[in-house]
Design a protein around this ligand. Sequence first.
Ligand code: KIV
Ligand code: ZN
Length: 511
Amino acid sequence: MSSEKVYIFDTTLRDGEQSPGATMNTEEKKRLARQLDSLGVDVIEAGFPAASEGDFEAVREIANIVEHAQIAALCRATDADIDRGWDAIKGAKYPRIHTFLATSDIHMRHKLGMSREEVIAAVKKAVSRARGYTHNVEFSAEDASRSDWEFLRQVVETAIEAGATTINIPDTVGYAQPEEFADLIRYLRESVKNIDKAVISVHCHNDLGLATANTLAALRAGARQVEVTLCGIGERAGNAALEEVVMALHVRESYYGLKTDIKKEILYPACRLLSMIIGMPIPAYKAIIGGNAFAHEAGIHQHGIIQNRLTYEIMTPQSIGRPPSELVLGKHSGRHACKQQLDSLGYKLSPEQLELVFEAVKRLADKKKQIFLEDLEALVLEEVYRIPDKYKLKYLCSISGNMAIPTATLKMEVDGHDEQISEFGVGPVDAVFNAISKLVGRHPKLLRFSINAITGGTDAQGEVTVKLEESSKTAIGRGSDPDIIVASAKAYINALNRLARKQEDKVWARV
Ligand code: KIV
Ligand code: ZN
């Protein structure tokens, strides 16, 4: 029997981007949207256009560049949000309006101050307004898993009657348990009289670590769209992870009888791209994509693996696009080899961007003998996907040691003008951060500093992540370089640029 299709609705750029520290700029969002499109997701939720001018612009630009996937805009159930949402996505090949309203007693009473009757009327009005723009309308009953089932039935029936073609049942606070959630989906399939006119979707949060389990249970009960994010990022403990749901359906296809159109062999590069953009490393123990997911430490396991990989491996690293860390480029590699490797990673660069990366490869090859795929990815992010910055590092000299006072001398470009400074610190990184913050006249609090070697070897590039806080806004910055002090400076400046942009982007609303 052939497997039935499950629609993958990716909300990395909306729910995922709402997760603390995962803010992306428009260029980064566009890059990720292209990658999601190549990955084969069916719907990309590009953002919440009514949230701010910046969110609107990012959704509009994504809508204009994505070739295959549908582009959804999240809108509250108000005329203003729906009009604004439509304005942002009307240039998309396949636009979708996604409107939502809470249906649980606790949300209706304390958040909305609305009665059940008022909620039903608002759902009808919002979905009808959205239908005036497009036939592709999704309605979400926020906090559905804590809603009264009979009332939820009425809301869903109303939304479908008004023209919704997808009905999303979120477990907004990650409260549901797998069997209970599956029962709710079955109840709706059996009791909503017009349910055959809509696809049932689920959107599960991970507060109790059950997002993937609840999503899969709902699919067994008849849901056919899942709302997921790369690496499971999202509000609080996150959303169901795209790679987990997709690989569970794939590895256990005979159990589920379901399939997706995801190109599994680029799952890992897609997750890695996200992690590099938001500056959060993938935890080693993360299912499917973590550094340890295919590592075998225990002697008995290693023995089994040597005899037959199937003893301890239910999928291969290659099936999700994890190449063995191989040398890819060196000092004598040409432009053509560089382009080939970038193509294999799924990067489609213009000739000018390719030239930038190629020049950076040559600079790196002078310092480091072997350049690996991970190094190449880091260079693409440094050279191509960095937004035009307010602050740029031009030169850095750092002195440290057990007989020296750590000192940093640096030159930076600030809004197009060169400025230089020297400062001391308790260590070289402290000296660099003191110098930068004095030069730019900002004194953010350093909340986090972490450093990873991108590859093995003492000449590996260091990848530094910092988290800064200023005027109750936070931003994460990333920088890589074979010199960890330079990498630290780049990361600090990257975070300052993000903070500056956040302060410029006026926020109008939050989901
Ligand atoms: O978690 C949630 O309920 C949501 C909705 C807006 C779909 O993110
Ligand atoms: Zn959510």
